[in-house]
Design a protein around this ligand. Sequence first.
Ligand SMILES: C[S@@+](CC[C@H](N)C(=O)[O-])C[C@H]1O[C@@H](n2cnc3c(N)ncnc32)[C@H](O)[C@@H]1O
Length: 204
Amino acid sequence: MEAEPAEATAVFGDRIESTRQYVDMLSSRGIEWGLLGPREAGRLWSRHVLNSAAAGGVMPEGAHVVDVGSGAGLPGVPLALARPDLGVTLLEPLLRRAEFLELAIDELGLEERVRVVRARAEDHEDVYDVVTARAVGALSKLVPWCEPLLDDGGEMLLLKGASAPEELAKAEKLLRRLRLSADVLSVRADPRSEPTTVVRLRRA
Ligand SMILES: C[S@@+](CC[C@H](N)C(=O)[O-])C[C@H]1O[C@@H](n2cnc3c(N)ncnc32)[C@H](O)[C@@H]1O
């Protein structure tokens, strides 16, 4: 398993023990239950946990956030651990994944600020200040699911890889039709961490 990076304590503050517990859960039950591939055990901190927490740097204070297609809790659980002011909904349609999330929230003691909703984004009716997602699909598929979940003045903060500009170009007509303006941000959980690309979409 990857050693804990030096910056983890600065990023998670007094939630560092819970974060270690979450990393342990991912590397044991997360892999046994098939939520992550066995190769991910060697890169949980850098590729998954710090990469997810980085998006917290561009989220407004006290925001209500929904993590669409949360899977094993990424990015929603690291965001809730890095930012104790956020309220987080983990939206996940698959039973096994939703059960894992319920267990994680219970074991990490996050139930006051984090909830699990077992549903598809298209069937969910609440609205949020921030809609986030990671590894759920290309923007052309994801944006029509996420846009109806935005409250007035809200924003989508979608974690992406190097394909972000290409995906934005492909989704150009859709974004124009939905009157969404786009920025590509590069954010880090800490100056020592690898950058994460975030596509920010706001109603124009
Ligand atoms: C590749 S996994 C990514 C999980 C996690 N976000 C991550 O970064 O590891 C995609 C997730 O999206 C979920 N998903 C698929 N279709 C969905 C939909 N229509 N609404 C919400 N979630 C969906 C899947 O069940 C799965 O857990």
